[in-house]
Design a protein around this ligand. Sequence first.
Ligand code: MN
Length: 225
Amino acid sequence: MIRLKYILQEEKASKFEPFKLPYKFDALTKAIDAETMRVHYNKHYKGYIDKLNDAVKKENIAVTMGPGMEGIRTLLGGVGQYSTKVRNNGGGFYNHTLFFENLTPTSKEPEEGLLYDMIKESFGGLEKFKDLFSDEAKMHFGSGWCWLVYDNNKLRIMTTDKQDNPIMDVVPYGGSPLLGLDVWEHAYYLKYKNDRVKYIDNFWKIVDWEVIESRLRMCVNRGYA
Ligand code: MN
């Protein structure tokens, strides 16, 4: 029996708030050191959120918060009409929330189930998928993100620049993100320096496959494209 994890919040918030980590900063050292986690969460992530709240207020954007990050998803779905500040910081908030949620100290690869089956169908198997995803992440030039997305009943790997993401209306060939990997230098430079390849290879040791499975099931149940 697969436990369903999906803990993103927003519903009762009056403004965008940081996702509360279900693990400690020093819990992911198989791949990410405590200092990187601390700076990434306390400085970068919270910085994006402060600037996003500021921009939403100054630009008088009406946001209706909802369960499962509905408010930010709606905002980003039409982000093309807003400022670069909303695009960058709204993306920064959403992307990092997904990223921090899809990490865990106790990673366990799936051996069966919907995600396992769809990965096999789309990529030929779990190891093949990890290789393809890693290659995309390693090849991405400059700051950005690598994603596994659900799109039209299929899984696909894609990358985005800066803080853009697959749910933005300004991003062609998007989808619903199931797994996100931050490939900005701030995500790994303290520990790995310029060795992005090693950071990406170690990333698989802390991936929360249960979260990915939960996101996939939500997509399938809701019929998201
Ligand atoms: Mn980051």
